[in-house]
Design a protein around this ligand. Sequence first.
Ligand code: CA
Ligand code: CA
Length: 185
Amino acid sequence: MRGIFQRRKWIKIFTIYDTGNTGALRASDFERFAETLAKIRDWQPGSTEHHQLLNQFMDRWAHIQGTIQDHVAAAPINEISLENWVDYHRFMLDKSDQYPTEINAFAQIIFNVCDVDDSGNLDLDEWVTLFRAFGLPVVYAQEAFSSLDKNRDGSLQKEEVIAALNDFYYSDDPSTLANFMFGPY
Ligand SMILES: [Ca+2]
Ligand SMILES: [Ca+2]
């Protein structure tokens, strides 16, 4: 059974990125995702923040696409299939030097966009913003938030989010609390 459970969570991340809901990831999905997030922060096209966010997402796309081309598909690709995506995560899991890149990049995106008051941590309202931005049903945001707030201080520190992302990506244990960080999977 090992791996089947992880696969479901990797697919969940795929659905978050698949903003065009086509079942394959393209550069345009990443661009649309960045635009949605920029709108939430009211970062106008042409502003530094808008530019940086778009670059961040295009870098993600280039990194993932490049890694898949080089190590997973072994051929040029202009879209990422679900199977390539799953194999990409298996590859990352095997290369322990690779996956902190993945986790940190995702955490960076979360904080850049959702830490609206620049406090360095996320309160519940900001976590709800994340759910909205990621196209996730907000009804699950509070339960997810509570499961990640390990020190129970009512906000999510970056370490808590990074620890949760680690568990989310790589735990194969159904009882891991962080499995629920983006709601049902
Ligand atoms: Ca905050
Ligand atoms: Ca906390």
